[in-house]
Ligand binder design. Structure first.
Ligand code: RTP
Ligand code: MG
Length: 143
């Protein structure tokens, strides 16, 4: 393989409060490890509003923003950093699309999530969406 095809990345993975509360933290992290990505940081966090305002700054002003922050304040979040070639895209593929109702079976959101009729998608996980986001978000959650 040519060197130009190698792109070792890091991504921030969050098991959101719904995933932690439902006892799915280990199951979810095990899927990411089983895929072959390397767990390099891990902790349980009671997120503050200040942390969440930084993490979700791109969504300020959207209709789901306040419900999203309230949801993320509702309990602990498991924060992890995974490393691997193309892990940013790879994790988002494992996670499935944003709405659990529409996420493909076989994905984390497709297998364990559904619409609960609430104001915000409680969709179990977060994954960074670009190398720039990953660097910014890892800084926010791990300092
Ligand atoms: P994430 O950032 O958590 O990995 O998810 P994502 O890229 O698939 O979704 P994004 O558009 O970045 O939205 C961030 C989170 O906001 C909640 N959301 N709810 N209309 C809704 O009910 C709605 N839209 C977004 C979800 O928790 C989503 O993951
Ligand atoms: Mg996103």
């Amino acid at each position: 393989i040519e060197e130009s095809y190698v792109s070792v990345e890091r991504t921030l993975v969050l098991v959101k409060p719904d995933g932690v509360a439902r006892g799915l933290t280990g199951t979810i992290l095990a899927r990411v490890e089983a895929k072959g990505y390397k767990l390099v940081q891990l902790k349980l966090v009671d997120a503050t509003r200040e942390l969440l305002e930084r993490h979700y700054e791109e969504h300020v002003g959207k209709p789901f923003y306040e419900p999203l922050v309230e949801f993320m304040l509702s309990g602990p979040t498991a924060a992890a950093v995974f490393e691997g070639n193309r892990v940013i895209e790879g994790f988002r593929s494992l996670a499935g699309t944003t709405e659990p109702t529409l996420a493909a079976p076989g994905t984390i959101r497709g297998d364990f999530g559904r619409d609960w009729g609430l104001k915000v998608q409680q969709n179990l996980v977060h994954g960074s969406d670009s190398p720039e986001s990953a660097e910014r978000e890892i800084g926010i959650w791990f300092g």
